[in-house]
Design a protein. Structure first.
Lengths: 213, 272
Protein backbone atom coordinates (compact mmCIF):
# COMPACT_ATOMS: atom_id res chain seq x y z
CA UNK A 1 0.00 0.00 0.00
CA UNK A 2 1.14 3.53 -0.66
CA UNK A 3 -0.12 6.59 1.10
CA UNK A 4 -1.11 9.33 -1.29
CA UNK A 5 0.36 12.79 -1.21
CA UNK A 6 -2.98 14.39 -0.55
CA UNK A 7 -3.28 12.63 2.77
CA UNK A 8 0.19 13.60 3.80
CA UNK A 9 -0.38 17.19 2.78
CA UNK A 10 -3.58 17.26 4.76
CA UNK A 11 -1.53 16.75 7.89
CA UNK A 12 0.46 19.87 7.34
CA UNK A 13 -2.16 22.02 9.12
CA UNK A 14 -1.47 20.36 12.47
CA UNK A 15 0.09 22.38 15.20
CA UNK A 16 -0.66 25.65 13.49
CA UNK A 17 -0.66 28.62 15.84
CA UNK A 18 -3.80 30.01 17.33
CA UNK A 19 -5.79 32.17 14.98
CA UNK A 20 -9.10 33.96 15.02
CA UNK A 21 -10.67 31.24 12.91
CA UNK A 22 -11.74 27.84 14.21
CA UNK A 23 -9.30 25.00 14.23
CA UNK A 24 -9.41 22.63 11.28
CA UNK A 25 -12.12 19.97 11.19
CA UNK A 26 -15.62 19.48 9.82
CA UNK A 27 -15.78 19.48 6.06
CA UNK A 28 -12.32 20.86 5.39
CA UNK A 29 -9.26 18.93 4.32
CA UNK A 30 -9.48 15.27 4.97
CA UNK A 31 -7.80 11.98 4.23
CA UNK A 32 -8.21 10.73 0.70
CA UNK A 33 -10.87 8.30 -0.26
CA UNK A 34 -8.36 5.55 -0.94
CA UNK A 35 -6.88 5.97 2.54
CA UNK A 36 -10.29 5.84 4.11
CA UNK A 37 -11.08 2.69 2.18
CA UNK A 38 -7.99 1.14 3.67
CA UNK A 39 -9.02 2.34 7.12
CA UNK A 40 -12.20 0.37 6.60
CA UNK A 41 -10.04 -2.70 6.06
CA UNK A 42 -8.06 -1.83 9.19
CA UNK A 43 -4.85 -1.45 7.29
CA UNK A 44 -2.23 -0.50 9.94
CA UNK A 45 -0.64 2.28 7.87
CA UNK A 46 -4.01 3.81 7.00
CA UNK A 47 -5.01 3.58 10.63
CA UNK A 48 -1.77 5.35 11.53
CA UNK A 49 -2.59 8.12 9.12
CA UNK A 50 -6.09 8.48 10.50
CA UNK A 51 -4.63 8.65 13.99
CA UNK A 52 -2.07 11.28 13.08
CA UNK A 53 -4.62 13.34 11.23
CA UNK A 54 -7.31 13.36 13.89
CA UNK A 55 -5.62 12.78 17.23
CA UNK A 56 -5.18 16.46 18.10
CA UNK A 57 -8.71 17.31 17.10
CA UNK A 58 -10.16 14.54 19.21
CA UNK A 59 -7.97 15.18 22.21
CA UNK A 60 -8.46 18.95 21.86
CA UNK A 61 -12.22 18.66 21.78
CA UNK A 62 -12.23 16.29 24.74
CA UNK A 63 -10.00 18.42 26.92
CA UNK A 64 -11.89 21.61 26.14
CA UNK A 65 -15.19 19.92 26.91
CA UNK A 66 -14.02 18.20 30.07
CA UNK A 67 -11.39 20.54 31.46
CA UNK A 68 -9.47 17.58 32.73
CA UNK A 69 -6.38 16.16 31.09
CA UNK A 70 -6.69 12.62 32.45
CA UNK A 71 -10.35 12.39 31.53
CA UNK A 72 -9.57 13.74 28.06
CA UNK A 73 -6.94 11.06 27.57
CA UNK A 74 -9.41 8.40 28.66
CA UNK A 75 -11.95 9.74 26.20
CA UNK A 76 -9.40 9.88 23.39
CA UNK A 77 -8.40 6.29 24.04
CA UNK A 78 -12.03 5.18 24.00
CA UNK A 79 -12.75 7.12 20.83
CA UNK A 80 -9.95 5.35 18.95
CA UNK A 81 -11.06 2.05 20.42
CA UNK A 82 -14.56 2.67 19.10
CA UNK A 83 -13.23 3.83 15.75
CA UNK A 84 -11.18 0.68 15.38
CA UNK A 85 -14.17 -1.50 16.17
CA UNK A 86 -16.48 0.44 13.87
CA UNK A 87 -13.97 1.08 11.10
CA UNK A 88 -15.95 -1.02 8.64
CA UNK A 89 -18.85 1.47 9.00
CA UNK A 90 -16.77 4.38 7.78
CA UNK A 91 -17.98 5.92 4.54
CA UNK A 92 -14.89 6.65 2.41
CA UNK A 93 -16.86 9.13 0.35
CA UNK A 94 -17.34 11.44 3.29
CA UNK A 95 -15.11 13.37 5.63
CA UNK A 96 -14.92 11.29 8.83
CA UNK A 97 -14.32 14.44 10.90
CA UNK A 98 -17.92 15.03 12.01
CA UNK A 99 -18.31 11.31 12.75
CA UNK A 100 -15.22 11.37 14.95
CA UNK A 101 -16.35 14.56 16.65
CA UNK A 102 -19.72 12.93 17.35
CA UNK A 103 -18.04 9.90 18.92
CA UNK A 104 -15.83 12.20 20.97
CA UNK A 105 -18.76 14.28 22.12
CA UNK A 106 -20.81 11.23 23.03
CA UNK A 107 -17.94 9.74 24.99
CA UNK A 108 -17.52 13.04 26.83
CA UNK A 109 -21.21 12.91 27.60
CA UNK A 110 -20.70 9.49 29.16
CA UNK A 111 -18.00 11.03 31.32
CA UNK A 112 -20.28 13.90 32.36
CA UNK A 113 -22.89 11.43 33.40
CA UNK A 114 -20.49 9.33 35.41
CA UNK A 115 -20.60 9.65 39.13
CA UNK A 116 -16.83 9.79 39.38
CA UNK A 117 -16.66 12.85 37.12
CA UNK A 118 -19.38 14.67 39.01
CA UNK A 119 -17.55 14.04 42.27
CA UNK A 120 -14.21 15.11 40.80
CA UNK A 121 -15.71 18.39 39.51
CA UNK A 122 -16.89 19.15 43.01
CA UNK A 123 -13.62 18.42 44.69
CA UNK A 124 -10.80 19.43 42.35
CA UNK A 125 -9.94 22.68 40.64
CA UNK A 126 -9.98 22.98 36.87
CA UNK A 127 -6.74 22.00 35.17
CA UNK A 128 -4.53 24.77 33.96
CA UNK A 129 -5.64 24.31 30.39
CA UNK A 130 -4.18 27.48 29.07
CA UNK A 131 -1.09 25.33 29.01
CA UNK A 132 1.64 25.03 31.54
CA UNK A 133 3.74 27.28 29.39
CA UNK A 134 2.97 30.92 28.86
CA UNK A 135 1.24 31.54 25.53
CA UNK A 136 3.67 33.76 23.76
CA UNK A 137 3.33 35.06 20.24
CA UNK A 138 5.90 36.80 18.13
CA UNK A 139 6.50 40.33 19.34
CA UNK A 140 4.73 39.80 22.65
CA UNK A 141 6.24 41.34 25.73
CA UNK A 142 6.31 39.05 28.75
CA UNK A 143 3.36 41.01 30.17
CA UNK A 144 1.36 40.58 26.98
CA UNK A 145 2.10 36.87 26.95
CA UNK A 146 1.02 36.59 30.57
CA UNK A 147 -2.20 38.45 29.84
CA UNK A 148 -2.87 36.19 26.85
CA UNK A 149 -2.35 33.12 29.01
CA UNK A 150 -4.58 34.42 31.75
CA UNK A 151 -7.29 35.28 29.25
CA UNK A 152 -7.20 31.80 27.73
CA UNK A 153 -7.53 30.36 31.21
CA UNK A 154 -10.57 32.55 31.91
CA UNK A 155 -12.16 31.59 28.61
CA UNK A 156 -11.69 27.92 29.40
CA UNK A 157 -13.15 28.42 32.87
CA UNK A 158 -16.16 30.14 31.32
CA UNK A 159 -16.61 27.24 28.91
CA UNK A 160 -16.63 24.82 31.81
CA UNK A 161 -19.20 26.90 33.65
CA UNK A 162 -21.65 26.48 30.78
CA UNK A 163 -24.29 23.79 31.02
CA UNK A 164 -23.07 20.81 29.01
CA UNK A 165 -25.44 21.23 26.03
CA UNK A 166 -24.27 24.83 25.56
CA UNK A 167 -20.65 23.92 26.12
CA UNK A 168 -20.70 21.25 23.43
CA UNK A 169 -22.13 23.56 20.84
CA UNK A 170 -19.81 26.48 21.41
CA UNK A 171 -16.68 24.32 21.54
CA UNK A 172 -17.62 22.21 18.55
CA UNK A 173 -18.53 25.28 16.51
CA UNK A 174 -15.91 27.85 17.41
CA UNK A 175 -13.04 25.73 18.62
CA UNK A 176 -13.43 22.71 16.36
CA UNK A 177 -15.03 24.52 13.45
CA UNK A 178 -18.02 22.30 12.88
CA UNK A 179 -21.03 23.88 11.25
CA UNK A 180 -24.27 24.10 13.17
CA UNK A 181 -25.70 21.51 10.84
CA UNK A 182 -22.82 19.10 11.48
CA UNK A 183 -23.22 19.64 15.21
CA UNK A 184 -26.95 18.99 14.97
CA UNK A 185 -26.25 15.67 13.25
CA UNK A 186 -23.46 14.81 15.67
CA UNK A 187 -25.32 15.37 18.89
CA UNK A 188 -28.75 14.39 17.67
CA UNK A 189 -30.69 17.61 18.09
CA UNK A 190 -32.34 19.93 15.60
CA UNK A 191 -30.50 22.63 13.71
CA UNK A 192 -32.69 25.27 15.37
CA UNK A 193 -31.83 23.89 18.80
CA UNK A 194 -28.11 24.06 18.03
CA UNK A 195 -28.41 27.70 17.01
CA UNK A 196 -30.40 28.53 20.08
CA UNK A 197 -27.88 26.80 22.32
CA UNK A 198 -25.01 28.53 20.58
CA UNK A 199 -26.61 31.92 20.99
CA UNK A 200 -27.30 31.30 24.67
CA UNK A 201 -23.81 29.95 25.23
CA UNK A 202 -22.25 33.11 23.82
CA UNK A 203 -24.55 35.32 25.85
CA UNK A 204 -23.74 33.44 29.03
CA UNK A 205 -20.02 33.48 28.35
CA UNK A 206 -20.29 37.18 27.61
CA UNK A 207 -21.59 37.75 31.11
CA UNK A 208 -18.79 35.68 32.59
CA UNK A 209 -16.04 37.31 30.57
CA UNK A 210 -17.14 40.91 30.23
CA UNK A 211 -14.33 42.11 32.47
CA UNK A 212 -11.59 40.50 30.37
CA UNK A 213 -12.89 40.96 26.82
CA UNK B 1 -16.19 26.94 8.87
CA UNK B 2 -19.39 27.34 6.97
CA UNK B 3 -20.71 30.84 6.54
CA UNK B 4 -23.64 30.64 8.83
CA UNK B 5 -22.68 33.43 11.15
CA UNK B 6 -25.41 34.67 13.40
CA UNK B 7 -25.99 38.24 14.25
CA UNK B 8 -23.95 38.74 17.38
CA UNK B 9 -23.56 41.61 19.79
CA UNK B 10 -20.03 43.06 20.00
CA UNK B 11 -19.49 41.22 23.28
CA UNK B 12 -20.71 37.92 21.85
CA UNK B 13 -18.43 38.39 18.85
CA UNK B 14 -15.53 38.88 21.22
CA UNK B 15 -16.48 35.69 23.04
CA UNK B 16 -16.59 33.81 19.76
CA UNK B 17 -13.14 35.15 18.79
CA UNK B 18 -11.76 34.31 22.20
CA UNK B 19 -12.92 30.71 21.89
CA UNK B 20 -11.47 30.49 18.40
CA UNK B 21 -8.18 31.85 19.69
CA UNK B 22 -7.79 29.17 22.31
CA UNK B 23 -4.57 27.28 21.64
CA UNK B 24 -4.38 23.61 20.78
CA UNK B 25 -3.52 21.60 23.85
CA UNK B 26 -0.99 18.84 23.61
CA UNK B 27 -1.49 15.42 25.08
CA UNK B 28 1.23 13.66 26.99
CA UNK B 29 3.68 12.48 24.26
CA UNK B 30 4.08 9.03 25.77
CA UNK B 31 0.34 8.58 25.86
CA UNK B 32 0.06 9.71 22.26
CA UNK B 33 2.80 7.41 21.03
CA UNK B 34 1.49 4.40 22.91
CA UNK B 35 -2.06 4.94 21.73
CA UNK B 36 -0.95 5.40 18.10
CA UNK B 37 0.86 2.09 18.23
CA UNK B 38 -2.03 0.25 19.80
CA UNK B 39 -4.54 1.74 17.39
CA UNK B 40 -2.59 0.85 14.29
CA UNK B 41 -1.91 -2.66 15.49
CA UNK B 42 -5.41 -3.34 16.78
CA UNK B 43 -4.12 -3.99 20.29
CA UNK B 44 -6.32 -1.13 21.42
CA UNK B 45 -9.13 -3.66 21.59
CA UNK B 46 -7.27 -5.43 24.40
CA UNK B 47 -7.78 -2.38 26.58
CA UNK B 48 -10.96 -2.21 28.60
CA UNK B 49 -13.04 0.91 28.04
CA UNK B 50 -11.64 3.79 30.06
CA UNK B 51 -14.99 5.54 30.32
CA UNK B 52 -17.63 3.29 31.84
CA UNK B 53 -21.06 3.35 30.26
CA UNK B 54 -23.28 5.44 32.51
CA UNK B 55 -26.35 3.91 34.05
CA UNK B 56 -29.57 4.70 32.19
CA UNK B 57 -30.77 8.12 33.18
CA UNK B 58 -34.09 8.59 34.83
CA UNK B 59 -34.88 11.69 32.88
CA UNK B 60 -34.46 9.78 29.63
CA UNK B 61 -37.18 7.46 30.83
CA UNK B 62 -39.25 10.47 31.80
CA UNK B 63 -38.72 11.95 28.35
CA UNK B 64 -40.13 8.85 26.78
CA UNK B 65 -43.09 8.88 29.06
CA UNK B 66 -42.51 5.73 31.06
CA UNK B 67 -42.64 7.48 34.40
CA UNK B 68 -45.65 9.69 33.58
CA UNK B 69 -47.46 6.62 32.26
CA UNK B 70 -46.56 4.61 35.35
CA UNK B 71 -47.62 7.54 37.55
CA UNK B 72 -50.93 7.82 35.71
CA UNK B 73 -51.55 4.10 36.18
CA UNK B 74 -50.77 4.40 39.88
CA UNK B 75 -53.07 7.40 40.26
CA UNK B 76 -55.89 5.60 38.49
CA UNK B 77 -55.32 2.48 40.58
CA UNK B 78 -55.26 4.60 43.72
CA UNK B 79 -58.50 6.36 42.75
CA UNK B 80 -60.16 3.03 42.05
CA UNK B 81 -58.97 1.65 45.37
CA UNK B 82 -60.07 4.80 47.15
CA UNK B 83 -63.60 4.54 45.81
CA UNK B 84 -66.04 3.33 48.41
CA UNK B 85 -68.69 0.73 47.62
CA UNK B 86 -71.89 1.74 45.87
CA UNK B 87 -75.07 2.07 47.85
CA UNK B 88 -76.63 -1.26 48.74
CA UNK B 89 -80.40 -1.38 48.47
CA UNK B 90 -81.59 -3.17 51.60
CA UNK B 91 -85.25 -2.37 51.48
CA UNK B 92 -87.74 -1.04 48.98
CA UNK B 93 -91.50 -0.99 49.20
CA UNK B 94 -93.27 -3.30 46.80
CA UNK B 95 -95.52 -0.55 45.58
CA UNK B 96 -94.79 2.72 43.92
CA UNK B 97 -92.15 3.72 41.47
CA UNK B 98 -88.92 5.57 41.59
CA UNK B 99 -87.33 7.80 39.01
CA UNK B 100 -83.59 7.45 39.35
CA UNK B 101 -81.28 9.52 37.17
CA UNK B 102 -84.18 10.15 34.81
CA UNK B 103 -85.10 6.44 34.47
CA UNK B 104 -88.27 4.90 35.87
CA UNK B 105 -87.31 2.02 38.12
CA UNK B 106 -89.72 -0.67 39.27
CA UNK B 107 -88.80 -1.09 42.92
CA UNK B 108 -89.91 -4.72 42.88
CA UNK B 109 -87.55 -5.56 40.03
CA UNK B 110 -84.00 -6.84 40.24
CA UNK B 111 -82.69 -3.81 38.39
CA UNK B 112 -83.66 -1.62 41.35
CA UNK B 113 -80.60 -3.03 43.17
CA UNK B 114 -78.28 -1.43 40.66
CA UNK B 115 -80.19 1.79 40.13
CA UNK B 116 -79.32 3.79 43.23
CA UNK B 117 -75.87 4.98 42.26
CA UNK B 118 -73.96 7.59 44.26
CA UNK B 119 -75.01 11.15 43.33
CA UNK B 120 -78.09 9.95 41.43
CA UNK B 121 -81.17 12.17 41.37
CA UNK B 122 -84.03 10.22 42.94
CA UNK B 123 -87.76 10.95 43.03
CA UNK B 124 -90.16 8.57 44.77
CA UNK B 125 -93.84 8.60 44.03
CA UNK B 126 -96.81 7.04 45.77
CA UNK B 127 -95.91 5.30 49.00
CA UNK B 128 -92.56 4.07 47.82
CA UNK B 129 -89.81 3.95 50.44
CA UNK B 130 -86.19 3.04 49.81
CA UNK B 131 -83.47 2.23 52.32
CA UNK B 132 -79.83 2.26 51.25
CA UNK B 133 -76.74 1.13 53.10
CA UNK B 134 -73.04 1.80 52.98
CA UNK B 135 -72.04 -1.13 55.20
CA UNK B 136 -70.71 -0.07 58.57
CA UNK B 137 -70.78 3.59 57.63
CA UNK B 138 -74.29 4.82 57.14
CA UNK B 139 -77.88 3.97 56.30
CA UNK B 140 -80.13 6.34 54.44
CA UNK B 141 -83.88 6.11 54.06
CA UNK B 142 -85.80 7.98 51.39
CA UNK B 143 -89.37 8.58 52.48
CA UNK B 144 -92.38 8.52 50.14
CA UNK B 145 -92.78 11.60 47.95
CA UNK B 146 -89.13 12.61 48.26
CA UNK B 147 -87.05 14.23 45.56
CA UNK B 148 -83.36 14.30 46.41
CA UNK B 149 -79.88 13.79 45.15
CA UNK B 150 -78.13 10.84 46.78
CA UNK B 151 -74.83 11.42 48.50
CA UNK B 152 -71.67 9.99 47.11
CA UNK B 153 -70.27 7.08 49.06
CA UNK B 154 -67.10 8.11 50.92
CA UNK B 155 -63.59 7.37 49.72
CA UNK B 156 -61.43 4.99 51.73
CA UNK B 157 -58.55 7.41 52.26
CA UNK B 158 -59.69 10.80 51.02
CA UNK B 159 -62.85 12.44 49.77
CA UNK B 160 -64.66 11.30 52.92
CA UNK B 161 -67.26 14.05 52.86
CA UNK B 162 -70.59 13.02 51.43
CA UNK B 163 -73.03 15.57 50.08
CA UNK B 164 -76.71 15.11 49.44
CA UNK B 165 -79.45 17.55 48.62
CA UNK B 166 -83.12 17.46 49.34
CA UNK B 167 -85.72 19.24 47.21
CA UNK B 168 -88.81 17.83 48.81
CA UNK B 169 -89.83 15.08 51.22
CA UNK B 170 -87.75 13.44 53.91
CA UNK B 171 -84.36 11.76 54.25
CA UNK B 172 -83.51 9.75 57.33
CA UNK B 173 -79.91 9.07 58.25
CA UNK B 174 -78.30 6.75 60.76
CA UNK B 175 -74.54 6.60 61.04
CA UNK B 176 -72.69 3.36 61.79
CA UNK B 177 -69.58 2.36 63.75
CA UNK B 178 -67.28 3.15 60.81
CA UNK B 179 -68.67 6.63 60.31
CA UNK B 180 -66.17 8.57 62.50
CA UNK B 181 -63.83 10.47 60.19
CA UNK B 182 -66.58 10.96 57.62
CA UNK B 183 -68.97 13.86 57.11
CA UNK B 184 -72.39 13.95 55.58
CA UNK B 185 -73.89 17.27 54.56
CA UNK B 186 -77.55 17.37 53.56
CA UNK B 187 -78.45 20.64 51.89
CA UNK B 188 -81.80 22.18 51.18
CA UNK B 189 -82.71 25.61 49.86
CA UNK B 190 -83.16 26.88 53.40
CA UNK B 191 -80.11 25.46 55.11
CA UNK B 192 -77.97 22.43 55.73
CA UNK B 193 -77.36 19.77 58.28
CA UNK B 194 -73.92 18.36 58.91
CA UNK B 195 -73.96 14.88 60.30
CA UNK B 196 -70.95 13.70 62.25
CA UNK B 197 -72.43 10.69 64.05
CA UNK B 198 -76.12 10.65 64.72
CA UNK B 199 -79.64 9.69 63.72
CA UNK B 200 -81.50 12.54 62.08
CA UNK B 201 -84.22 13.26 59.61
CA UNK B 202 -84.20 16.14 57.18
CA UNK B 203 -87.63 17.12 55.96
CA UNK B 204 -88.58 19.79 53.49
CA UNK B 205 -91.86 21.06 52.19
CA UNK B 206 -92.50 24.32 50.37
CA UNK B 207 -89.93 26.71 51.76
CA UNK B 208 -89.51 25.11 55.14
CA UNK B 209 -86.79 22.73 56.22
CA UNK B 210 -86.97 20.85 59.49
CA UNK B 211 -84.06 18.84 60.85
CA UNK B 212 -84.88 16.51 63.74
CA UNK B 213 -82.15 14.88 65.82
CA UNK B 214 -82.99 11.55 67.42
CA UNK B 215 -79.49 10.48 68.53
CA UNK B 216 -76.20 12.29 68.96
CA UNK B 217 -75.71 15.85 67.81
CA UNK B 218 -75.92 17.48 64.39
CA UNK B 219 -74.64 20.85 63.21
CA UNK B 220 -77.55 22.65 61.62
CA UNK B 221 -77.85 26.12 60.13
CA UNK B 222 -78.96 28.24 57.23
CA UNK B 223 -75.38 28.60 56.05
CA UNK B 224 -71.88 27.83 57.25
CA UNK B 225 -71.72 30.89 59.47
CA UNK B 226 -74.95 29.99 61.18
CA UNK B 227 -74.19 26.37 62.04
CA UNK B 228 -74.98 25.38 65.61
CA UNK B 229 -75.08 22.03 67.41
CA UNK B 230 -78.55 20.61 67.92
CA UNK B 231 -78.70 17.79 70.48
CA UNK B 232 -80.81 14.65 70.52
CA UNK B 233 -84.52 15.24 71.09
CA UNK B 234 -84.46 18.66 69.42
CA UNK B 235 -85.18 20.04 66.00
CA UNK B 236 -84.30 23.15 64.09
CA UNK B 237 -86.70 24.59 61.58
CA UNK B 238 -85.42 26.93 58.88
CA UNK B 239 -87.59 29.08 56.65
CA UNK B 240 -87.02 30.40 53.22
CA UNK B 241 -88.47 33.89 53.55
CA UNK B 242 -86.02 35.52 55.89
CA UNK B 243 -87.82 34.27 58.98
CA UNK B 244 -85.59 33.42 61.92
CA UNK B 245 -84.91 29.68 62.44
CA UNK B 246 -86.61 28.06 65.38
CA UNK B 247 -85.32 25.41 67.76
CA UNK B 248 -87.81 23.26 69.59
CA UNK B 249 -88.46 19.68 70.66
CA UNK B 250 -88.31 16.98 68.05
CA UNK B 251 -91.49 16.78 65.95
CA UNK B 252 -93.47 13.63 66.86
CA UNK B 253 -94.19 12.58 63.24
CA UNK B 254 -90.50 12.72 62.39
CA UNK B 255 -89.49 10.96 65.58
CA UNK B 256 -92.05 8.27 64.78
CA UNK B 257 -90.53 7.88 61.36
CA UNK B 258 -86.97 7.74 62.69
CA UNK B 259 -87.48 5.18 65.45
CA UNK B 260 -88.56 2.25 63.23
CA UNK B 261 -85.95 3.21 60.66
CA UNK B 262 -83.19 3.08 63.27
CA UNK B 263 -84.51 -0.17 64.66
CA UNK B 264 -84.59 -1.73 61.25
CA UNK B 265 -81.18 -0.69 59.95
CA UNK B 266 -79.09 -0.82 63.13
CA UNK B 267 -78.47 -4.56 62.77
CA UNK B 268 -77.17 -4.04 59.22
CA UNK B 269 -74.75 -1.36 60.39
CA UNK B 270 -73.58 -3.31 63.42
CA UNK B 271 -73.00 -6.60 61.65
CA UNK B 272 -70.37 -5.24 59.28
Amino acid sequence: MTLDKESLQARSGEGSPPSSSPKEGGGRTSLSRSTLEMVRERNPRALSMLFEFYFERIFGLAIRLLGDRDAAQDVTQDVFRKVYRAAYQLDPARDPGPWLMAITHNTCRDVWRSRAYKLSRKSSPIDDLAGSAVLREKGDTPEEAMARTERAQRVQEAILKLPEPYRSVVVMHDYRGLSHEEIATSIGVSYAAVRKRYSRALAKMGELLKDVL
Amino acid sequence: MQKEEMELSPLEAKVRDAVRALPELQADPDFRTGLAREFASGRILDRPPAVPKPAPRWHAAVRWGYIPAAAAILVVAFLIQNRGPDWTLIQASKHGTAVVAGQVVDLASAEARQAFRPRAEVALSGDATVTLLDPGVMALQIAPGTAARLPNTPGRWFGRTMRASLNEGELRVLTGPDFPGHRLVVRTAEGEAEVTGTAISVWRQGTTTCVCVLKGTAMIGTDEADMEPIPAGKRKVMFGEGKKPEISDIAPPHRDGLIPFVKRVEPYLEED
